[in-house]
Design a protein around this ligand. Structure first.
Ligand SMILES: Nc1ncnc2c1ncn2[C@@H]1O[C@H](COP(=O)(O)OP(=O)(O)OP(=O)(O)O)[C@@H](O)[C@H]1O
Ligand SMILES: [Mg+2]
Length: 227
């Protein structure tokens, strides 16, 4: 498959089955051609997390092709499963690429914290952060590692509304920044989040429909629920 010039991520007729034989992804084709906040919805067990594993290369398609010109990073539902170190600074130091010279380490870490609105938190113990702050620290970890494709698997499912908004706001800022905007794919079950995205799609029957506006997908899902 020849990716188009500006294509960031492209699935071409990708299929995948787990060893139990269930075909979770079935001739799935879609592409993302520009940075932004892209949201994905689908019923439990429809294959959303499996799709992320295909994108980040943890599993391989049994047929079809995946083209990805971006560097993916995962952000999970529970930040406590992702954050390992005692402080914000030590956590981010873990993810800084080895190519960064020692004299620049602190600047790189501080700048990543500022991008996620945690600029004052360099020496803050992680156990004192709120859930939303922890999720934003996980985002900063992806940023310092030089990732430019965030795969967010229900990142706000465990957060209260205020923390949920703080994560959405930061993601919106990172994906629409005039300098170096990143690409994010966000799996959500919280349908009100669809109003913040640049495009949304439904994963069903192993495939992804076309990208639509978040409000259109919201209405579509509401009308399905009312049937
Ligand atoms: N590691 C695995 N081994 C075997 N089967 C798996 C594995 N991971 C997922 N599956 C199966 O693949 C199907 C899709 O699961 P997946 O976790 O991708 O769905 P999902 O859309 O993310 O669901 P949810 O909304 O509940 O998170 C399910 O039938 C699940 O049991
Ligand atoms: Mg899942």
């Amino acid at each position: 498959m020849e990716p188009t010039e500006s294509c960031y991520l492209k699935f071409d007729q990708v299929s995948f089955s787990w060893p139990n034989g269930v075909k979770v992804i079935d001739h799935c084709s879609f592409s993302i051609v520009k940075p932004g906040l892209w949201m994905l919805v689908g019923e439990n067990g429809s294959g959303k997390s499996t799709l992320f594993r295909l994108i980040n290369g943890a599993i391989r398609p049994e047929s079809g092709k995946i083209f990805c010109s971006l560097r993916p990073s995962m952000v999970y539902q529970n930040p406590d499963h992702q954050l390992l170190m005692p402080t914000c600074k030590s956590e981010l130091m873990l993810s800084v690429p080895k190519t960064i010279p020692d004299r620049s380490l602190l600047n790189v870490v501080q700048s990543a914290l500022e991008k996620v609105d945690l600029g004052e938190m360099l020496d803050r113990p992680i156990h004192t952060l709120s859930g939303g702050q922890k999720q934003r620290l996980a985002l900063a970890g992806a940023i310092v590692s030089n990732s430019n494709l965030l795969l967010l698997d229900e990142p706000t499912a465990l957060l209260d509304p205020q923390s949920q908004n703080s994560v959405l706001k930061v993601l919106k800022k990172l994906t629409s920044s005039p300098n170096d905007p990143i690409t994010a794919i966000w799996i959500t079950h919280r349908l009100e989040e669809l109003y913040f995205c640049d495009g949304a799609a439904i994963l069903q029957n192993g495939g992804i429909g076309r990208w639509n506006s978040g409000s259109k997908v919201f209405q579509e899902l509401k009308s399905l629920a009312l049937r």
